[in-house]
Design a protein around this ligand. Structure first.
Ligand code: NAI
Ligand code: MG
Length: 355
């Protein structure tokens, strides 16, 4: 029997409510495909910060290192500034483990009413590939003349050839693998003088390696409008860290509830474990009520299966999610217009996987 050791970090708030449902589904799909998942639980969270002054122990990354993958819930809680929880746990994992791809499917699921009119499942079905380690999110820069009228702040964006080429190549490889014929690049080379013309130059160079894939590039402003007005046109969208961050929330926003959206922070070379987590946060407004939608967490686990080479099992889980959502008599959490609990929906999906 194949065995995988997973690091499980539920984090804060509803992370603790949706994680058990993902593990429930993993147990079922594992039994079905003859795979065993071992779970090592880590309770690192804002609670950890409040009691120890750090989001994780000093050897935290070393303790995660040897797992096959990391399954994360959500991190962040009122009382701990968000930049502390983010830079104390999520960003060190992404950067130290060179998880340079942030991958998010944008897919309109059956039974979900999107905020854009007249769209059916199939109309919105694409992937956002966000660069996850460099670009605009850097600590380069500084401040001078603090508190004076000449105060000045510099924030520098850094684009390396290695970083730019590898994210673009990942996007093209993904398009090839999924049989998607088109890659769109998010740019802003009309306004940003150095980095974005470079981004365009590298996009053209990498695109030339994939002659069967058609390409275009949109400035980020019109690209945002097109995500809403004509989402059908996209297959794979590749973007820098900042643009990708925005697009990868806008995409799921266009498809309905944020509670269903998954993501992967991927180290394609598999030198380090990759992290799979729902797009949503800890949702303090509904935490503790048992009504959070577990689909984002369950779908993230399905992306993890795919990454581990268990593509059939991953597709099985996604199909089960779609079947349950399409079934009007199946349980639905309040964000989907129903009255079901997190556990009701998680059990329904687990049963659908069992078949
Ligand atoms: P949020 O995603 O936690 O909540 C936004 C809204 O969506 C809330 O009304 C919430 O109830 C709803 N929502 C989110 N997930 C849901 C689900 N599964 N089912 C039903 N409804 C759901 O974002 P917010 O409020 O901006 O952030 C709360 C905390 O989470 C902050 O501390 C923030 O820093 C953190 N956060 C962490 C993320 C992560 O761990 N990757 C991502 C986003 C936010
Ligand atoms: Mg974001």
């Amino acid at each position: 029997m194949q065995e995988y050791e997973l690091a499980v970090l539920p984090g804060d708030g509803i992370g603790n409510e949706v994680m058990p449902e993902a593990l429930r589904v993993l147990d079922v799909v594992g039994a079905k495909y003859g795979v065993r998942f071992g779970y090592r639980h880590f309770d690192w969270s804002c609670e950890t910060y409040k009691s120890t002054g750090a989001m994780m122990p000093p050897d935290g990354l070393a303790r995660l290192r040897d797992h096959d993958a990391i399954l994360l819930g959500a991190v962040g809680w009122p009382g701990v500034p968000d930049h502390i929880s983010l830079w104390g746990l999520l960003l060190p994992i992404r950067r130290e483990f060179d998880q340079y791809v942030n991958l998010r499917p944008v897919r309109l699921l059956p039974g979900v009413t999107p905020p854009v009119r007249d769209k059916q499942p199939g109309d919105i079905d694409f992937w956002v590939v966000r660069e996850n380690t460099e670009g605009e999110y850097s600590q380069l820069g500084g401040r001078q003349g603090e508190g004076t009228p000449t105060e000045m702040v510099l924030q520098t964006a850094a684009f390396t050839r290695r970083g730019t080429d590898r994210i673009m190549r990942y996007a093209f490889e993904l398009a090839r693998e999924l049989g998607k014929p088109h890659v769109t690049s998010a740019t802003k080379s009309n306004g940003i003088y150095h980095s974005m013309p470079y981004w365009d130059e590298r996009f053209a160079a990498i695109a030339a390696e994939y002659p069967e894939i058609t390409v275009d590039q949109d400035h980020i402003d019109i690209l945002c409008a097109r995500f809403v007005m004509s989402p059908e046109r996209f297959d794979v969208v590749v973007a820098s860290n900042l643009f990708g961050d925005i697009l990868s929330d806008l995409g799921p926003g266009v498809t309905g509830t944020i509670g269903v959206a998954p993501s992967g922070n991927i180290n394609p070379e598999r030198t380090y474990p990759s992290t799979f987590e729902p797009v949503h946060g800890s949702a303090p407004d509904i935490a503790g009520k048992g009504i959070a939608n577990p689909i984002g967490q369950i779908w993230s686990a399905a992306m993890m299966l795919d990454h581990l080479g268990l593509a059939e099992a991953g597709a099985d889980v996604v199909a089960a999610i779609e079947r349950v959502l399409a079934d009007a008599s199946a349980p639905r959490t309040p964000d989907l217009g129903g009255k079901a609990t997190t556990e009701d929906l998680g059990r329904a999906i687990a049963e659908a996987v069992r078949g």
